[in-house]
Ligand binder design. Structure first.
Ligand code: CTP
Length: 469
């Protein structure tokens, strides 16, 4: 390493270094060595995190160019209602839509690119003159690679710029360059909404073919303010999006039959007692709902859970592993089988027909267990009526990918979604999940996300696979 020289540093910096060195009782050279040492240690400490993040990003494929799902570009303007845009992203993704997001400069005062990016599952676009965006995706591609643009909240300023045909930032440049339909969800103070200039702009945009949802009447964020100007609720905006996509809404699994198992099984000890596990059924139910939204005809075979039956899904309720297997076999043939249930591996041998009683002086009852049928393996190894795509889960507490690979081979399924269910992850029974998709072609690490988002991502992968076949 070259010897240290401070000659190229400007006077102010040299002065700061001298002061710092004097304060710490070191020579200037020692002070600089010390600064460099701690910087190096910091790089060392963060390197694995940076590498892991880069790896996760590289292995999470760019989602938007996928044409088997509808693509929505959400533009978030700078108003207090921007906080609702995070919920809007979730609602849009719940419907199997692929979402990209632009934040205007003003929106960044209300929502961070990090928060929006975590929900979208890819980076957020903010700047027209960001060289990375322009080389990588570019405003013209953002404008082209979408089926619909939603501006929510559409502020008075954004509305005015659109009416005037301005293009001085990424959001307005994209809005001017697109041929996709545009839905605006205005949100502003009632007096700004009622202002003649705003009304003139709104009339102009309506005449130009822009579609509006809201604004609604009600309380404003400013204390004591009421009137028309509240942004429509995320669910209203989502309904307007679906209506606009209408007949063009891609239903990538239309005409496919999908079977999903979900929840725990209860294995009876006697008529009142059973062995169970902590599965909530949230992941399996979310997958069944997402498959139905993607147009599939879905049968859900569910163990005992406290969730409502998903809409548009034929749900069959079972208790034990043997009941679940019988219901699964009765649901065949299907194109795709997804086995998300946490099936009990064992049941009690010789289930008591009457409640087992405590008797004074009698020995504590001993439970002897026998192995349950493996539903996933049974279906995957069928000669007749094997689904074209058989997908299992691997609930692991260590060596997640290695164990998942073993399960993929042993159970004869096509894909495994592996997750770490150690108690500290909170996955079992919780709302979030972190998946590694294990296939013969390799392992894909998905970011930590809600179980709904995992379901949407899985349906996307399945749709891609079906389209490729
Ligand atoms: N599975 C099943 N029937 C069983 C046990 C498991 O269909 N009797 C399915 C689950 O739905 C899941 C996959 O097999 O898709 C793996 O389940 P998991 O609990 O991770 O593995 P096990 O087979 O139970 O193996 P182990 O407990 O040894 O990890």
């Amino acid at each position: 390493m070259a010897s240290l020289t401070v000659r190229q540093l400007d006077e102010a910096l040299k002065q700061q270094l001298r002061l710092r060195a004097a304060r710490n009782g070191r020579s200037v050279e020692d002070e600089i060595r010390n600064i460099l040492r701690s910087a190096a240690a910091e790089v060392e400490a963060t390197a694995p995190m940076v590498a892991a993040a880069a790896e996760a990003k590289a292995s999470a494929p760019a989602r938007h160019p996928d044409v088997s799902v509808n693509r929505v570009l959400l533009i978030v303007g700078g108003g207090i209602a921007a906080y609702k845009s995070l919920d809007l992203i979730r609602r849009l993704k719940e419907r199997g839509l692929s979402v990209r997001c632009i934040l205007t400069k003003a929106a960044e005062h209300f929502v961070t690119p990090l928060a929006a990016g975590a929900l979208v599952g890819e980076r957020i676009f903010t700047d027209l003159f960001d060289p990375r965006t322009e080389f990588d995706v570019g405003h013209v591609r953002l404008a082209r690679e979408t089926d619909l643009i939603v501006a929510a909240p559409a502020t008075a300023d954004l509305v005015a710029k659109l009416a005037g045909g301005h293009a001085d930032d990424l959001a307005t440049a994209v809005l001017l360059a697109t041929t996709a339909k545009i839905l605006l969800a205005p949100a502003m103070n009632p007096r700004m909404w009622a202002n003649k200039a705003t009304q003139r702009n709104i009339a102009q945009l309506a005449a130009d073919g822009f579609v509006f949802v809201g604004p609604n009447e009600g309380e404003m964020a400013e204390a004591g303010e009421r009137g028309r100007g509240r942004m429509a609720e995320p669910l209203e905006i989502t309904a307007a999006v679906e209506k606009l996509l209408g007949a063009n809404q891609v239903r990538p699994l239309k005409g496919r039959r999908v079977l999903v198992t979900s929840g725990p099984t209860h294995e009876p000890i006697d008529p009142v007692r059973y062995i169970a596990n902590r599965s909530s059924g949230k992941q399996g139910h979310a997958i069944a709902a997402a498959a139905a939204r993607a147009g599939a005809e879905v049968t859900l075979v569910s163990g005992p859970v406290s969730l409502p039956d998903p809409p548009e899904v034929k749900t069959i309720h079972v208790e034990s592993a043997r009941d679940m297997l019988a219901a699964v076999e009765a649901a065949l043939p299907v194109d795709i089988g997804i086995f998300a249930a946490a099936v009990a591996d064992w049941r009690v041998a010789g289930e008591a027909q009457q409640k087992i009683k405590k008797r004074a002086g009698a020995a504590t009852p001993e439970l002897s267990l026998v192995e349950n049928p493996d539903i996933l393996s049974t279906i995957a190894h069928r000669k007749a009526q094997r689904p074209r795509l058989v997908i299992g889960f691997a609930a692991e507490t260590e060596n997640v990918v290695a164990h998942a690979k073993e399960k993929l081979a042993k159970k004869g399924c096509d894909w495994i979604l592996a997750n770490d269910v150690s108690p500290e992850t909170g996955i079992m029974g919780g709302d979030m999940n972190t998946i590694q998709l294990v296939r013969d072609s390799g392992v894909e690490s998905w970011p930590p996300q809600s179980k709904e988002d995992v379901a949407a991502m899985l349906i996307e992968r399945i749709a891609q696979q079906m389209a490729a076949e």
